[in-house]
Design a protein around this ligand. Sequence first.
Ligand SMILES: Cc1cc2nc3c(=O)[nH]c(=O)nc-3n(C[C@H](O)[C@H](O)[C@H](O)COP(=O)(O)O)c2cc1C
Length: 509
Amino acid sequence: MAFNSFRDFVERLAAAGELERISKPVATELEITELADRQMKSAGGGKALLIEKPTVNGQVSPFPLAINTMGSAKRMAMSLGADSIESVAAELGSLLKARPPTGMREALKLLGTALELRHARPRVVKTGPCKEVIHNFEAPVTGTQAWAAAPSTETATGMANPATLLNLPIQKCWPMDGGRFLTLPCVVTKDPDTGERNIGMYRMQVYDERTTGMHWQLQKVGARHGRRYYETGKRMPVAVFLGGDPAFTFCATAPLPDGLDEFLLAGYLRKASVELVKCETNELEVPANADFVIEGYVDPKEPLRDEGPFGDHTGYYTLPEPYPVFHITALTHRREAIYPATIVGAPPMEDFYIGSASVKLFLPIFKMNFPELVDLALPAEGVFHNLVFASIKKSYPMQAFKIMHGLWGMGQMMFTKYIVVVDEDVDVHNTREVLFRLCANTDPQRDSIFTKGPADVLDHATSEIGMGTKLGIDATRKLPGEGFKRRWPPLIKMDAAVKEKIEQILQAK
Ligand SMILES: Cc1cc2nc3c(=O)[nH]c(=O)nc-3n(C[C@H](O)[C@H](O)[C@H](O)COP(=O)(O)O)c2cc1C
């Protein structure tokens, strides 16, 4: 089911008892973090918060802020208009079973074809609510289109303070942060060679009213598009949107293969094609029902600028590193926009639920590649991808190692530092169960492998940025061909009949 706006979703959360309204003024500097962190650390992810009067430097912002809106299994499913992520994954799985693809890319291509049949491709419309207020800062980026440098229409809204990066409720999340950061921006770029679109979530540090950082990390698609512009020296158009249907926000975080349009996945998930509008000052398109759109460009001729420090999803501050500067040419928004936000930091945080949804959704596709794969879990303590538990139906020696190498070779799984493989009867979502098997079933040297590969650039523990070592541990039952010469003992389990009888006795009490 599609949401018409972020507000629509926030109201749905309120109706479901999933939202707490905070009517007292709360500072965007640190205070919102403290409020939200308490929710995110409470059982099951706590509640979403609507901060009705966020303050910026002591002044109430013209816009409310909503946070932790996807920070529980229930709210994550609600954001995709579903009862559970498992049901969405099952639907996706059955779609792919019709003609099993051989890989992730082919699987999503197949998905694209299915979507086309459903008429769920994005389509461009003339205008939309994201343009209710248009603030055009300057003349167009490209000379080919005759975009008029329209005067600001802010006064038409009757707003005392026109929306700018300085009065939007943009948080300074943690005490040592280098400034304010947009934490849920969906960044739209295009491959200059193929025209293929990408939407990625890359945080943005506000430098001033007209410039921000653009934190697309080395291995991300936005960064790859950027490198092509740096090679040609041409200005790179970039559009950022916030809000609208929460499915867009989720899709921006989803690790889709390079070249696959996130709006296609969004159209599939929300069961309605995404309506797009052209930006005012460049040729990119953004969802018509977004809450805020920030248009601009990255200039390859300009030196990179330090971004950070930022209290990151690793639970540590990421120290300043050079990133491109994003120049803003226009800011458009809904009149009644709600500013979407999150925080990252020591786990568990909202991003655990967002990441888990991606894993569940793409599990059917992983299974196409690895038929022995039963389940995958990325525990919150591994902050997204540091730690992966995989269960497999093992039928030949060294199969656990095959899975490890396969996973390290799949998209953003390359960032995984530790992979633990267990047998099919282990619930990988129960860390206690996995640790039990890990300790019980391994001879450390025989059952582990160290290898090398790319690392998350945010990982402060690697000796070099962006590269590191990986450890895989085979915690499955050993087969004769695996150098194990003794008898494998049976696992202790109670008889089913005894369990049933005791159950009856307890219930009769
Ligand atoms: C809340 C949140 C913040 C994120 N911030 C960043 C970021 O600043 N830079 C980055 O490269 N990835 C960030 N990510 C991860 C990317 O959004 C994710 O890897 C995504 O798949 C990238 O899209 P791409 O493959 O199209 O580049 C963030 C994810 C979440 C959930």
